[in-house]
Design a protein around this ligand. Sequence first.
Ligand SMILES: [Fe+2]
Length: 198
Amino acid sequence: MSKIEAKDFSYLIGKVEAFSEAQLRAHFGLYQGYVNKLNEIRERLGKADRSTANYSFSEYSELRRREPVAYNGTVLHELFFQNLGKDGDVSPELKKAIEESFGSYDAWMTDIRACLASAHGWALLVYDWNFKKVQNVLVQSEHHVGLWPNMSVLAAIDAWEHAYMIDYGTKKPDYIAKVVGDLNWKVINERFSKINPR
Ligand SMILES: [Fe+2]
């Protein structure tokens, strides 16, 4: 399997009000770590002995159990960095879908902020193909608990401590207030129009 390359998000430096350069660079380094681990896991999976697979322990089984951590750690960070850097506003189509699910855009904003406050992980705005509506989900544990089947991620927001400790210390509410204002709605709208749920 070919190696995955980490994407370059350095264009965000100076463009995102919520984060200093030091905070962003530390976060990019952490993201690179997930990419490295994903490559390492997949390389080792290629050679691991399938005949020893076992619920309690085997190299193959352990690699398979850790794979979603590195995979989601990679992909959720990419979705998050891509949807940062304030640009545009929510599109009429996505706003309508949000209003159908939450009653109003403000009610959605209140809910996503509550998700972030609840999170030791991620808050996501997703399109739920099972019930044909947008909703917020909370992804916790190690990037992989709380991701449900048949969901398209529209917006990802990181609420792990490493995302804000350099700039905000333990003032998580200050971080939440700031980061929701730094969403790139142009990117989020495009994700919604690409999946074209209507
Ligand atoms: Fe992160």
